[in-house]
Design a protein. Structure first.
Length: 260
């Protein structure tokens, strides 16, 4: 449920094309909808936050994911789930052949992009230290594209071959925001943050040998970055990085419409 759909319903009511009782039935599940006591779907979220409820598939059964995915898609016209196992994606696809599934990011989606008149489209650069960081980076990319933003990818530009990154700096400076994904020692966001003035979201990954402690070393390195103003998500949280950037769109829109 977004503001455009609600406006259309109210205009139809005003024009006599929609009965009061029918509108009441449509609004009945506006705040949330209970799905067989396994989930309470937050249909009101897009009105409050500017993005719909997404599905975190990890830990859910295939049947639960399928049930929730179909209900959100029916209500919102689009749906996206993260951390979806291939066998779960296959079950959903049997019910909804139009879904798309990316096995690298494990993102399952249907519909989108979610563009409307109030959406401030951003162009976001996504960087990785190495190819092994791609699953997390692609999670961020698919979420951003689903929300209507443009993505430019700069993969395998880690600090072990700094010349690969320096070759891209002029392009990075033209973008609205950067998501920098890295494992091992997690140094890439600090380097990028010292070279550009746009917002940088750092995402530590669990990629690395034993002393990386499944991404904890990269997380601590990013939190202690020498480059001021870098924001850091949790380990492997490409989804969170994408939503952080999406929230920034309102700031850009405010600045562009400001008289200052």
């Amino acid at each position: 449920m977004d503001t455009e759909k609600l406006r259309v319903w109210l205009e139809k009511l005003q024009a006599g094309e929609l009965e009061v009782e029918e509108l009441l039935e449509r609004l009945r599940y506006l705040p949330y909808e209970t799905v067989e006591e396994v989930a309470h779907l937050d249909h009101h979220r897009i009105l409050r936050q500017g993005f719909p409820e997404f599905i975190f598939a990890q830990g859910k059964t295939a049947e639960q994911v399928n049930m929730i995915f179909r209900r959100i898609a029916k209500e919102e016209g689009a749906a996206l789930a993260t951390r979806v196992a291939p066998e779960v994606a296959q079950l959903v696809a049997e019910d909804m052949p139009e879904v798309t599934y990316d096995p690298i990011s494990r993102v399952l989606s249907v519909g989108g992009p979610l563009l409307n008149t109030s959406t401030q489209k951003l162009t976001v650069g996504i960087l990785t230290g190495g190819t092994s960081d791609m699953p997390v980076a692609e999670e961020a990319a698919h979420v951003l594209q689903f929300l209507g933003h443009a993505v430019q990818r700069f993969y395998d530009v880690g600090v072990s071959g700094l010349h690969r990154l320096l070759d891209k700096v002029s392009s990075l400076r033209t973008l609205d925001a950067l998501i920098v994904v890295a494992g091992m020692e997690g140094a890439l966001p600090s380097v990028v943050g010292g070279l550009v003035g746009v917002p940088v979201i750092a995402v530590p990954t669990s990629v690395g040998y034993g002393a990386s402690f499944d991404g904890l070393s990269a997380l601590l390195a990013m939190l202690n970055s020498c480059a001021a103003g870098i924001l850091v998500t949790n380990i492997d949280n490409g989804f969170g990085a994408a939503l952080a950037v999406h929230r920034m769109r309102t700031l850009r829109a405010s600045l562009e419409h400001s008289d200052v």
